[in-house]
Design a protein around this ligand. Structure first.
Ligand SMILES: Cc1cc2nc3c(=O)[nH]c(=O)nc-3n(C[C@H](O)[C@H](O)[C@H](O)COP(=O)(O)OP(=O)(O)OC[C@H]3O[C@@H](n4cnc5c(N)ncnc54)[C@H](O)[C@@H]3O)c2cc1C
Length: 354
């Protein structure tokens, strides 16, 4: 009998405490997040009128048919209804994940969100922010949904950003941990016939606990251990046997700012690796060749190697799949990303990117 190998699970720490958040704060937050991933149920099957949105059987069937046309392995109608009807805020894992996300926010953002939740719990604050005197947590789901929609379409930037933040938070927590969402998307934590990739015997310096800072005498320090080379890194090393991780563990241990890095205006989310290996540990291994003028620029700066046949030979090996790194990715992680890479390469070639 063959035994299925899976990556060694990495234990997640509990959420960091968000200071000053009372039960009322959490209730208001989850009442809003309920509207991000609402439970949608056919009329005749509604069991909780306050916390479910109702649709007709015909609407449900129409949505199912549309879904079937757009996905590869369509779920059964029963599964589809189960998915629509599920309510993430009933799941302890979802609640923990949201609390983990809040716990990782900068203290100032935590405070601002806390103040907003306090405001939403007062009649005046609620009236100002939502147009209703009744606090959000006491509103039925269809009203909470309408409030979120009005924030998202508001011309006032402050409301737009507010709605956007709740949407992102709810979607992030949901897509990271919801088992039914993963099942319907054919998402698995590891590939079929998973085997960990080869490992390298890194020798890390160990620093015993002590009152004084440790001192190392060196001429140059390269901070960061990404593709650009490295020496010291604030992130941790995980051996191939622990990779890939579950989505929630990966955000916790492998990404900069736990994957929550955004531009100040929240227009862009930046995903960057932060661990031993940096982006190279999490990236898709798609290689595009640098254009002639880029190579020339580097050569002019004294890096003549980039104009040589030898460099071209290295690139050709990478692009034919024989580059050790690309090969490792192919053998150990034959995921959809490989398919993306095979699309990206000829397309960028046509665009004269290389
Ligand atoms: C999901 C994903 C997919 C990608 N796919 C591709 C792809 O297919 N092809 C491609 O060419 N590129 C891809 N990239 C981009 C590529 O991985 C990055 O451009 C590349 O890793 C950048 O290398 P780097 O050495 O500059 O920095 P990084 O790899 O980002 O490494 C920086 C390191 O510095 C550490 N660090 C930061 N600040 C400090 C500090 N103060 N003290 C100590 N350590 C610190 C971080 O922990 C991190 O480990 C992808 C990136 C991601 C996130």
């Amino acid at each position: 009998m063959s035994v299925e190998i899976i990556p060694i699970p990495v234990k997640l720490p509990g959420p960091r405490e968000a200071q000053g958040y009372s039960e009322e704060h959490w209730q208001t937050l989850f009442a809003l997040l309920d509207a991000v991933t609402p439970s949608i149920v056919v009329d005749s099957e509604v069991t909780d009128g306050r916390n479910q949105l109702r649709i007709t059987e015909a609407q449900c069937l129409e949505a199912y048919e549309r879904t079937k046309r757009n996905v590869r392995n369509a779920p059964s109608y029963e599964k589809f209804k189960e998915y629509l009807g599920s309510r993430p805020t009933n799941s302890p894992a979802y609640i923990e994940q949201v609390k983990r996300i809040i716990g990782h926010l900068p203290k100032s953002a935590q405070r601002d969100l806390g103040r907003l939740l306090t405001l939403l719990n007062t009649q005046v604050g609620s009236l100002l922010a939502t147009g209703y005197r009744v606090p959000v947590k006491e509103q039925p789901l269809h009203v909470r949904e309408a409030i979120l929609q009005s924030w998202n379409s508001s011309r006032l930037n402050i409301f737009f950003q507010l709605g956007n933040s709740f949407l992102k938070m709810g979607r992030l927590a949901y897509t990271q941990i919801d088992p039914l969402f993963h099942e319907l998307n054919d998402y698995t934590n590891a590939v079929k016939d998973y085997k960990p990739g080869p490992t390298f015997d890194y020798k890390f310096m160990q620093f015993p606990a002590g009152d004084k800072p440790a001192t190392i005498d060196v001429d140059v320090v390269i901070v960061g251990s990404g593709c650009g080379g490295g020496f010291v890194d604030k992130g941790y090393y995980f051996p191939p046997s622990q990779l890939p991780m579950t989505a929630s563990a990966a955000y916790e241990f492998l990404y900069e700012s736990k994957g929550l890095l955004q531009t100040d205006d929240q227009a862009l989310t930046v995903i960057a690796g932060s661990n031993w290996g940096g982006g190279g540990t999490v990236n898709w291994s798609v290689c595009l060749q640098p254009q002639g003028y880029v190579r020339q620029e580097w050569a002019d700066a004294g890096l003549g190697f980039f104009k040589t046949q030898e460099f071209q030979h290295c690139l050709d090996r990478g692009n034919s799949g024989r580059c050790p790194q690309a090969w490792v990715a192919r053998k150990s992680l034959p995921t959809k990303h490989e398919w993306c890479g095979t699309l990206l390469r000829p397309m960028s070639s046509r665009l004269w990117l290389w």
